[in-house]
Design a protein. Structure first.
Length: 562
């Protein structure tokens, strides 16, 4: 694979030794994930001197490690002819592959007329333009007024039909379904596969509307989920392999390290065999702790019992803790619990039902007891943003204490989907149109207070992101402060969904293992909402033993449910 979209993000690039440190790290990451080459993006410059210096750093990486790197040029379009001159120099003299435009850096969308001279130069040099593009909800546009939307990409591509335009990150910001349909008839727009949003169906829909020949593999530096997104897509191995090397067919002949046609064909064939092998289901016992069954009103999700079990079989997921999607949307969520029990009847060996409870709704305790005593449910799931209450609501404490008395766990879930693409009529408490799908800082404060107040309740925390480290330290760790000892810690289990933590490079797994601990991790790819492989990659690359990996994938949660 060749990663078409990767930011250097290195503090000190001043010497060959310093650059070698970053190159060695990226080589280890690339080799672990099957990436052959990385297309580097340097820092933005305000002046032409800063732009040239940033481009020269990228060139040095490429010259010092030609087997590992290609490089993108970056210029400030506000600099006019000087920007065009620097762009031409970077391509024709230094052998970089094309131009990267970021609207937040340049403070202009890609459709701005100041981009036209650069687009003309790109066409003349047969060099691609990679542009940061999103499609955000209208209410979020004021926060990033310069950001390129999909209409901006379409406008520039229509004005320059011979321009090779790569619209960045299908899954990073906004409505990816709209983005795909919006560019379907503009053949010179390609779509890169990157983005932190790894919801299922992105690449499959792109194939339907664009064809796989307009898809370009990239990660936007989010390596683990980005690789998993391509690996897990429902595409033919040959299609995946061609996407994995698409960028190599789009770069100019002036690139010194461009693969010749014979070598490229051999690499694609090797990738095809790799993707064919990778399609085999996970061999270890896997439990998804955050799966769903039901009808989702905002997209045609395959979330029936039959569909979910078929997906589990395909991916090698042995069991799933399931809750009702309908319960999330019903005013009286308990109706969805009753429907869920009926829907999964006969499949209790694979599907473990959890009740969706709103602790601010009348008779919730009666509903919960019915779920546990009559409907065979084994735990509770809370979705406060959807049921419109705060995590400091007294009802949560009452519910957690009740669950401790009944010896059943409680799962906390922030959202079902990336909030940058939610339906325009849905506004969730504590979530905006910029932040993705994790807890807000205030919610984390309240969650820590609740967990401290209810120390005996077993809990599973989804969507924790970087907050997991703080939560674990404050509620599960004995701490010394001067001569004082804070040894008030939870006696109930506190488990975190691994795939929701901040782990985009394999080396980040060491911190997770050291500070969170194997005993506190579970697997929850949130089937069928998300791409299983994007999150299973986290477990694959943790620095743990096979026994510990099995503990994370199934042991911890199955022990809790006994």
């Amino acid at each position: 694979m060749i990663d078409s979209h990767f930011h250097i993000w290195t503090q000190d690039n001043s010497t060959e030794v310093k650059r070698a440190e970053r190159a060695a790290q990226l080589r280890r990451e690339a080799e672990a994930l099957g990436i052959e080459k990385i297309c580097l993006i340097g820092e933005h410059g305000e002046t032409i001197e800063e732009c040239r210096a940033a481009n020269r750093i990228v060139v040095k990486y490429v010259e010092e490690h030609p087997d590992l790197f290609h490089g993108w040029a970056v210029v400030n379009p506000r600099l006019g002819e000087a920007a065009v001159t620097e762009f031409r120099r970077a391509i024709e003299a230094d052998g970089l592959i094309g131009l990267k435009h970021h609207s937040q850096w340049s403070k202009m969308p890609c459709s701005d007329p100041k981009m036209h001279p650069l687009a003309e130069a790109a066409v003349e040099m047969n060099a691609p333009l990679l542009a940061h593009v999103t499609h955000r909800r209208e209410s979020a546009l004021n926060e990033r007024p310069h950001e390129s939307q999909t209409e901006d990409a379409l406008k520039l591509a229509q004005q320059f039909p011979d321009l090779t335009f790569i619209s960045a990150h299908i899954g990073a910001g906004g409505d990816w379904e709209r983005r795909i349909k919006n560019i379907q008839h503009q053949d010179n727009i390609y779509l890169d596969t990157s983005g932190t949003n790894c919801e299922a169906g992105q690449l499959e829909m792109a194939r339907e509307y664009l064809g796989t020949d307009r898809l370009v593999f990239g990660t936007d530096t989010w390596l683990l989920p980005g690789v998993g997104k391509l690996e897990g897509a429902d595409l033919l191995p040959q299609e995946k392999a061609e996407i994995a090397y698409r960028i190599e067919t789009l770069i100019p002949e002036t690139v010194p390290t461009k693969l010749d046609e014979t070598t490229l064909e051999a690499r694609i064939e090797s990738a095809r065999r790799r993707f064919l092998t990778a399609k085999e289901p996970c061999a270890e016992t896997v439990v998804d702790v955050n799966a769903f069954v039901g009808n989702y009103p905002f997209s045609p999700l395959d979330a029936s019992t039959t569909d979910l079990i078929a997906l589990m079989d395909e991916k090698g997921v042995d069991k799933a803790i399931v809750t009702s999607i309908d319960s999330v949307m019903y005013r009286n969520c308990h109706s969805g619990n009753i429907e869920l029990a009926e829907k999964i009847r006969g499949h209790e060996d694979r599907l473990i039902p959890f009740a969706t409870i709103n602790p601010t709704y009348p008779a919730w305790e009666q509903d919960l007891n019915q779920c546990l005593d009559e409907l065979g449910m084994k735990g509770v799931k809370l979705l406060p943003a959807y049921h419109d209450y705060d995590l400091n609501d007294p009802g949560i404490v009452a519910l957690l204490n009740h669950c401790a008395d009944r010896d059943v766990p409680v799962t906390f879930v922030a959202t079902l989907e990336d909030q940058r693409k939610r339906h325009p009529l849905i506004n969730l408490r504590e979530h905006d149109g910029i932040r993705r799908d994790f807890w807000a800082d205030k919610q984390v404060d309240d969650l820590i207070d609740v967990l401290t107040t209810c120390p005996e309740t077993d809990v599973i925390i989804a969507d924790a992101w970087e907050h997991a480290f703080r939560i674990k330290e404050e509620v599960c760790t004995v701490q010394q402060s001067g001569v004082r000892l804070n040894n008030t810690v939870r006696s109930g289990e506190t488990l975190f969904v691994l795939g929701d933590l901040f782990m985009f490079f394999t080396y980040q797994g060491s911190r997770i293992v050291e500070q969170i601990g194997v005993d506190h991790l579970v697997t929850g790819p949130q089937l069928p909402f998300k791409t299983f492989e994007s999150y299973d990659n986290y477990a694959n690359h943790l620095p743990v033993t096979d026994e510990e990996r099995q503990q994370i994938r199934s042991g911890n949660i199955l022990t809790l449910l006994r």
